[in-house]
Design a protein around this ligand. Sequence first.
Ligand code: SAM
Length: 196
Amino acid sequence: MLWTFAWVDEAVRILRPGGMFCCYFDRDKINFLSRYLQSKYSFKLKGYYADLKSNPVPQARKVKWMNGWEIIGMWQKGGGKLTYNYKLGQAPDYGIRPIVGNTTKEDGARVHPTQKPIALARKFILYWSNEGDYVLDPFCGVGWSRIPASQHNRRFCGIDKSPKYCEEARRRIAVKDTGVPVAEQLRGQVGLFSNP
Ligand SMILES: C[S@@+](CC[C@H](N)C(=O)[O-])C[C@H]1O[C@@H](n2cnc3c(N)ncnc32)[C@H](O)[C@@H]1O
């Protein structure tokens, strides 16, 4: 956890007062992260999101059930106004979706072993930020969060240690940054909230 606490300290430092910290994390250890944010920084827990997979990867060794879900924690920094765009409608703290791999037109082919669906990043960005806000993704892989951030007029900073994934992210972003209006880009794609 020490390495996690080191990068979390930096993320907390630059997060605006009232801003949201959302993070996929190890199910077994997420409670340590939550305690850290609440006790050291007085963050407020806004809940946990269960990211359920409709087609989990089979267990090759056949000694336990398949891993069918992941968890995302959501915490708010104190000292400022909460952004929660409730006018988008009631939404549950879970979603069911297939793993990425030629499954949706928007995601395209799987080019990262743990690639997440763009629609899921979009859901978080739309509910927990406003136009003009900054989204920071310090582990952005092949750009899943950058694509919806720019489509919905959020400023964005993405980091990944892998030059290969950064290059792939640039390629995917170039395809999305076509200048085509958002409504046009979304037409014919998988429903935003029906199957995040
Ligand atoms: C779970 S993947 C994120 C995938 C991303 N959600 C997507 O859909 O493309 C985590 C990423 O963190 C990156 N990573 C791991 N350690 C890192 C570090 N110390 N600094 C920056 N990136 C790192 C990995 O290269 C990997 O792409």
